[in-house]
Design a protein around this ligand. Structure first.
Ligand SMILES: Nc1nc2c(ncn2[C@@H]2O[C@H](COP(=O)(O)OP(=O)(O)OP(=O)(O)O)[C@@H](O)[C@H]2O)c(=O)[nH]1
Length: 392
């Protein structure tokens, strides 16, 4: 009895998603520094070739794995890497009891969630706890109703549709009225996920971790939509997981005949039925093109060994993002400022710029890194302007 109980204990995985700049790393840092009784391993994925995020995650004893070789939403290309990282993690699973996967801000989380159930060895050891989607209360409308994407794949929508928990973050930047209207829109996209509110990701973590919000049938449903063959994954009892008709069986991977995707009744309010009711003409085209990015969004990275004039740089960023911030979704940076031994952090979401000193560089080699993510970026122009802020 004892042995059986232990072998059934699976490691819960939380998938943390949300559009660029919604507050995923902020929430992750909050989770990593709070006492919640979980020992957490993290898999991080960043969109952009220069890694800034790992510098922004607070130092902690937790295991942090980077995946920089692509976007984990690109299921076909990177799935094996994700599985490899997961296997590496599982080889010392005595060190933690919960895994958080932070997806890139442009990822559709569904293929990520599904990936763990395609590899049989991994599927035997892990279970999905929840997809937690952060929503930037101030900027989400720009992305939900993005005119460039009208009628085509929209990651911001896909992230909300896939959520088991929705966290409306940055409520300090939105009025009560705007929040009410936003929550109404979110409810139309996802009829079942509890909607929570937070500032700087501060939320009662019992609503986020260990919630067992995920329905295995949902994974199977999505795998079908994504045309992923899971039938080879016969379970330890020698039958295919979806063929289990034992009503008493509580094996989490067994779908006992709840084919939620068959329910198309718009008036049905059964919380087990997923109704992907996209308002405003959005189609959930993730189902059709499972790993397509918004091709109009590009990321440009810049690295400079020289130090910056902090004031000049601050003024340039404020002006430049003030002018182009509708098109520039996200800017991040680690900056070496002349005459200051501290590492400066640049964080901007659209026009909202935050540039301030952080901790001392210490032994780390001083060099500045920037990532700009957006549309119609003038790479050479940005490079010239940044260079103009270097101390000569
Ligand atoms: N005013 C305000 N700012 C916030 C809040 N939460 C996060 N931020 C700020 O928003 C910016 C983006 O936060 P991150 O946590 O880096 O966002 P992210 O989702 O990890 O960003 P990407 O990795 O680029 O997708 C940072 O400057 C944060 O300090 C909040 O509740 N209120």
């Amino acid at each position: 009895m004892h042995i059986e109980a232990a072998s059934q204990q699976k490691l819960p995985i939380t998938i943390l998603t949300g559009f660029l700049g919604s507050g995923k790393t902020t929430l992750l840092n909050y989770i990593l520094t709070e006492r919640h009784g979980h020992r957490i391993a993290v898999i991080e994925n960043e969109y952009g070739e220069v890694d800034v995020d790992s510098d922004l995650v607070l130092a902690s004893d937790e295991e942090i794995f980077q995946m920089q070789n692509g976007c984990i939403c690109c299921f076909v290309d990177v799935r094996n890497d994700l599985i490899d990282v997961m296997k590496k993690l599982l080889s010392h699973k005595d060190k933690f009891d919960h895994i958080i996967v932070e997806t890139s801000g442009l990822a559709d989380p569904t293929p990520v969630a599904t990936a763990f159930f395609v590899d049989r060895n991994v599927a035997e050891e892990v279970e999905l706890d929840a997809v937690v989607t952060l929503v930037d209360a101030m900027h989400i409308d720009q992305h939900l109703y993005d005119p460039v994407l009208d009628g085509s794949d929209n990651q911001a929508v896909n992230q909300i549709v896939a959520a088991d928990r929705i966290l409306v973050n940055k409520i300090d930047l939105a009025s009560e009225e705007a929040l009410g209207s936003l929550e109404g829109s979110l409810r139309k996209l996802n009829q079942t996920a509890p909607i929570l509110r937070s500032t700087y990701g501060q939320v009662d973590l019992s609503n986020i971790l260990g919630v067992k919000g995920f329905r295995p049938s949902y994974v199977r449903e999505r795998a079908e939509i994504l045309d992923i063959d899971m039938d080879d994954d016969s379970d330890a009892h020698g039958h295919h997981a979806h063929d289990c008709h034992d009503a008493a069986c509580d094996h989490p991977d067994h779908d006992h005949g709840h084919h939620h995707h068959a329910c198309t009744d718009a008036s049905c309010d059964n919380p087990d039925h997923h109704h992907h009711d996209h308002d405003h003409g959005h189609k959930n085209t993730a189902a059709l093109r499972p790993h397509s990015h918004d091709a109009t969004v590009k990321s440009h990275s810049f690295v400079y060994p020289e130090a910056f004039d902090g004031e000049k740089l601050g003024a340039f960023l404020k002006d430049y993002l003030g002018e182009h911030g509708d098109d520039i979704f996200r800017t991040k940076g680690i900056v070496s400022v002349a005459g200051d031994n501290r590492f400066f952090v640049l964080q901007a979401v659209h026009k909202l710029v935050d540039f301030r000193p952080d901790h001392a560089w210490g032994e780390d080699a001083r060099k500045s890194k920037f990532v700009f993510i957006g549309r119609n970026l003038d790479r050479d122009g940005i490079d010239r302007s940044l260079r103009a802020c270097l101390v000569s």
